[in-house]
Design a protein around this ligand. Sequence first.
Ligand code: DLL
Length: 433
Amino acid sequence: MIWNEYIEAADRDRLKRLQNERLTEMIERIYYNVPFYRKKLSELGIEPRDINSIDQLHKLPFTTKDDLRDNYPFGMFAAPQQQIVRLHASSGTTGKPTVVGYTHNDLNIWSEVVARALTMVGVTRSDIIQIAYGYGLFTGGLGVHYGAEKVGASVIPISGGNTRKQLQLMMDFGSTVIACTPSYAAHLGESIAKEGIDRSKIKLRAGIFGAEPWTNEMRRQVEQLLGIKAYDIYGLSEIIGPGVAMECEHQNGMHIFEDHFIPEIIDPVTLEVLPYGQVGELVFTTISKEAMPLLRYRTRDLTRLHIGKCACGRTMVRMDKCLGRTDDMLIIRGVNVFPSQIEAVLLEMSEASPHYQLVVDRENNLDTLEIRVEIDDQFWSDEIRVLENLRKQIQHNIASALGLTARIKLVEPNTIARSEGKAQRVIDNRKLV
Ligand code: DLL
């Protein structure tokens, strides 16, 4: 089913005309209302009347997270405070949070794109959706909430955490869909087994998982643990929140809602635009947002784009599962690795649970990597030899897949801290030096 067939399955020429119109208006809006953009565009000698097509995007300046921080809190807003009806913020790891604002119209767009996303994986008014993303400044909870209400599903706004209660309501209310981070989904799945819950009491059939990178190996584990189909939803608060892109039932990439967000892939070093199919940094221009429109926002997420009609009938560009973030890339003794590559190797082995942590440190000016792997309950052993063989096997698999010698530490079941939201996969002790 398609929520908005006219747009989602639009003829691409028609879509482009709409994008051109919206981009033209957007440039005007930011030029006259956001001093930051007026200055940037003026420095390049660009005036609003010079831009009338998305083919000219590559000439326009980028926006970075630092730009948002420098203009904290409301300096990037293009609408007066009287028109702002919602504020969200993402905490980030350092410094000031990034603040985003929404007008009424922005909120309508947000619920529209989330409604499209949910419909893509068959969510209807007959579903009961348990929203276990955090509610609050994080965009996950409220973002999915309004889209689900728009679809007409029955919403359980339970927010993250309190696993017992999650499971209780899941059974009592008969939730058919769960929305949370994939790592929390894994935790919920394990808890079902641990509590000895009769699986026939659980009616879940689909999961809407995102907000952190996760591999297809993780997908298989979560699907098995929860007995569902797991779908990937992508988004970031700066652009709108969840619902920038979503996977359909064919699962060959996430459809980007290009009538609102125009994607580009750039080389993060040269900043050149890369063609479809090449991996690089994802960049978005929001063409319909009023409160905080962003021009060529550098997401730091690495992926690639695919064009071509999907079997579902949608014509919107698809993005691959994120490989990771440019700032999450580890350089271990000269080898570039992303946590997701390590995750894929680990979770191919049935002995490894979906909980792991990477500890990066520096000894004698060389980076070291320790991988803490939590072993699945049924494979944990009191025999040192059994564990030692497993440790060596993991080390071997990592070395042959990634060309990297890492220290492997096996840890007992349930010892790595569970997260209700985004999992902390990397502990980088180098920053403390
Ligand atoms: O995480 C919005 C969201 C909420 C998306 C719920 C999906 C579901 P932020 O907190 O601003 O917003 O973090 C955005 O999270 O740049 C990616 O690095 C990462 N991310 C989000 N979705 C995915 C995904 C929300 N499906 C940052 N796969 C983004 C991989 C994801 N990474």
